[in-house]
Design a protein around this ligand. Structure first.
Ligand code: ADP
Ligand code: MG
Length: 438
């Protein structure tokens, strides 16, 4: 199915994974109006948007925009209305023509393609989801969701089979024969999402897909997208004017302001290390607990035992770790549950030889969470448990643990982050250099 293919492709497909960004946008400009090129002439280099508008009647949509997106990344473009977000995403695949600059996607230079190449490329590589779902009213759900496949020439039996699978993935199993008018806004957007996922392209472009939805439905759709992305590993360019949505969904975020990129960084960079006053003002009310995640504070698991081991070995391991419990894992390090010191002692007294023959002593309801879990979710967990929180990856492999004390320390430390913008630029560059060197 879809997910397995994707993982195989990500592991070393014909393109990507060679260290090159999957999408590269290099100094892209978009100037609306007549003679757009003159805006780029050197004598006007110091003039701004207002000048061109009043003097020439040209609107500057994008001004020297550059960014890279890695394969499998969710890259969010965030900015107020009119900041150039839609213009950027449309220029990306030349739904409107950039005035200048270069765009390379999956190793192919979009800006150099003929119309024919471009149409072929879009059809096979790109799927789009918009705010207005663009569903066709006279077509039912399965026909709407299968539309992209129909355009690709996929025959009806195969098309319907694949579309059904994707509709189930987005929670619409059973609605195949309904018509758009019979669905709520949230459900219509799920159909839009299904239509984009059905064509199974590597790249998903989403222009404010959830902006028209009620807050509750909107949060559900965000969670849905996060869940889907852990399975599908698409390269997503997601546009929003909502900072919280950007922080929740983005691996990295580009903040746009007046057609320019104000800052690009991780959610944490954007909130803790704003590089100018504009970004600083934007993010000043964000609560730290929403952007800090387990990744920041998790440490290596201190005590693990395997199911085939017994309570005596477990007590030994726990003793060496100075904790009160051990994580029980299988041979491949898949997380199974928590064994407290008290239960290990009880098991020993009961003569248990192997933990996997006496699961009652292991708390298998003690749930692990992903490294992307925010402090907002971790704090209540930490407050209601005497033990650390286990962290597992998408394959359920135990990769770390989070201690209550570390949460408190991280909050204290980061609330002192300063708003010295020049220092923040320098700090970000140093971090980027470290990351590149490691
Ligand atoms: N076809 C057009 N002609 C002239 N100006 C346009 C056109 N499309 C967009 N613009 C202008 O470009 C700027 C960016 O618009 P847009 O990319 O739609 O912003 P966003 O998606 O961030 O709300 C705005 O000032 C808008 O008025
Ligand atoms: Mg827009």
């Amino acid at each position: 199915m879809v997910a397995a293919d994707k993982i195989a492709a990500a592991a070393g497909g014909p393109e990507g994974n060679d260290g090159q960004p999957y999408i590269r946008v290099n100094s892209v400009w978009k100037v609306f109006g007549r003679n757009p090129e003159r805006v780029l002439e050197p004598q006007y280099a110091d003039h701004d948007k207002t000048f061109f508008q009043s003097e020439f009647g040209n609107v500057i949509g994008l001004q020297d925009v550059s960014f890279d997106v890695a394969r499998g990344e969710t890259f969010v473009i965030m900015g107020l209305s009119g900041s150039g977000k839609s213009t950027m995403v449309r220029c990306l695949i030349r739904l409107i023509e950039p005035t200048a600059g270069e765009i390379v996607i999956a190793g192919e230079e979009i800006t150099g393609m003929t119309d024919k190449e471009l149409i072929e490329f879009r059809r096979n590589k790109i799927a789009m989801v918009f705010q207005h779902y663009g569903l066709m009213p006279h077509r039912n759900v399965i026909e709407n969701a299968g539309w992209g496949l129909e355009v690709q020439g996929v025959k009806k039996p195969e098309r319907d089979a694949r579309t059904r699978e994707v509709l189930a993935l987005v929670g619409l199993a059973g609605w195949e024969d309904s018509y758009p008018r019979q669905l709520s806004g949230g459900m219509q957007q799920r159909v839009g999402l299904a239509r984009a996922l059905a064509v199974d392209t590597d790249i998903l472009l989403m222009d404010e897909p959830f902006s028209g939805l009620d807050p509750l439905i909107r949060r559900q759709m965000q969670d849905e997208l996060l869940r889907l992305q852990t399975e599908l590993h698409k390269t997503i360019v997601f546009i929003t004017h909502d900072l919280n949505e950007a922080l929740k969904l983005g691996d990295r975020i580009a903040i746009m302001h007046d057609g320019k990129v104000a800052q690009i960084g991780s959610p944490e960079d954007i909130v803790l290390r704003p590089e100018d006053e504009y970004v600083g003002d934007f993010t000043q009310d964000v609560r730290l607990e929403t952007i800090l995640t387990a990744t920041k504070v998790m440490v290596h698991p201190k005590a693990t035992v395997m199911g085939h081991q017994g309570p005596r070995a477990a007590l030994h391991t726990i003793g060496d770790s100075d904790g009160d419990a051990a994580w029980v894992v299988d041979m491949a390090q898949h997380y199974i549950g928590l064994l407290s010191i008290a239960n290990a002692e009880r098991a020993l007294r009961a003569g248990v030889k192997r933990l996997d023959e006496a699961w009652d002593y292991v708390d298998r309801e003690y749930l692990a969470v992903a490294p992307t879990t925010s402090f907002d979710q971790l704090i209540p967990m930490a407050m209601t448990s005497d033990y650390p929180i286990p962290i597992t990856d998408a394959q359920n492999i135990l990769i770390g643990e989070v201690h209550r004390s570390a949460l408190a320390e991280a909050i204290a430390e980061t609330s002192n982050a300063d708003q010295d913008y020049a220092a923040n630029v320098a700090a970000n560059e140093a971090l980027a250099a470290d990351a590149a060197a490691s």
